[in-house]
Design a protein around this ligand. Structure first.
Ligand code: SF4
Length: 296
């Protein structure tokens, strides 16, 4: 597959995989990822601490970003993620606190899924996260996809707008920090632009910028199926049926057809991971990126 800029593990909870460190090592050896992202609910304190330290020991030349999911202050977080979850996630934060000093390639962050239950309390949460001195970045993802409780998706987009303006102003005023890796300021600028694109996408209910899924992003599942993104409807192929050669697989008629359909149909969504690539690799977005970059 060649070298990777960004490798994100996803689940469910990724630290339930007993072989998560082995998987990370295989990608490190073969694909030299610049950044490896490990999102977690933070419940398995000792497992997370042990495994991420093994990754840090082995993958010295990659930035290793671990993101704890915090959905709100204790009552809100526990309502969404279950009784006692907040305390456990904070225990995990405490258990990870010494790692940034010991590993310069380690980045600790927080991600919050913006939904109807926490949309009224984002100011308090943002201040709380800013007060956690080892957390370098706080990102907010707009709820998406199939969720058990549909009421969670009844989001007030004006409240989302207020939240993204607050996050942007916190970054500009240095109330929030940014990651330590080279290019972190650009990543922060991209986060600001990305959240505005998401707001505009929902407001207009149509695509704002072309999607590079299948060209610059792919999703590889545990069975070897490859998709352009996590909508899981447009399979490009399976690595086992293509000699484990993803570059060749992406040249197949089937893959080309899927990728063309993404462009032809003006497919759109609010998935932050794909928008990151769609912004960073789209020159028409550079004036907006530079404008935000200069204010950071
Ligand atoms: S716009 Fe979203 S759903 Fe459509 S291909 Fe891109 S990432 Fe997938």
């Amino acid at each position: 597959m060649g070298n990777l800029l960004w490798l994100a593990f996803s689940g469910g909870e990724i630290f339930l995989r007993k072989d998560i460190v082995d998987i990370a090592k295989i990608f490190y050896r073969n694909n030299n990822p610049s950044i490896m992202l490990f999102p977690t609910n933070g419940l398995l304190t000792h497992v997370i601490r042990d495994n991420i330290e093994r990754v840090l020991e082995h993958c010295r030349n990659s930035t290793i970003a671990l993101k704890l999911s915090i959905e709100g202050m204790e009552a809100v977080h526990d309502r969404i993620r279950g009784q006692g979850s907040f305390k456990k996630t904070m225990e995990t934060y405490e258990a990870l606190k010494d790692l940034p000093d010991r590993y310069p390639n380690f980045e600790l962050g927080v991600n919050t899924v913006f939904c109807s239950v926490n949309q009224d309390n984002m100011d308090t949460l943002a201040s709380f996260v800013n007060g956690l001195d080892r957390i370098k970045t706080h990102t907010v993802s707009l709820i998406r996809g199939n969720v058990l409780d549909k009421a969670l998706k009844a989001v007030d987009m004006e409240k989302y707008r207020s939240t993204i303006e607050l996050l942007a102003s916190n970054l500009r005023n240095k109330r929030s920090s940014t990651y330590r890796f080279k290019g972190a300021r650009l990543k922060a600028a991209q986060d600001i632009v990305q959240r505005k694109v998401i707001f505009d996408t929902v407001a207009a209910n149509r695509f704002q910028i072309p999607c590079y899924a299948g060209k610059l992003n792919i999703v590889l599942t545990e069975t070897g199926d490859v998709y352009p993104c996590e909508s899981f409807e447009m399979m490009l192929g399976n690595v086992r049926e293509n000699g484990y050669n993803i570059e060749n697989m992406l040249k197949s008629t089937r893959a080309k057809k899927v990728i063309r359909s993404i462009q032809d149909t003006g497919c759109f969504c609010t998935h932050e991971c794909y928008l990151m690539t769609n912004i960073l690799f789209n020159p028409s977005m550079y004036p907006k990126l530079i404008k935000e970059y200069m204010q950071l």
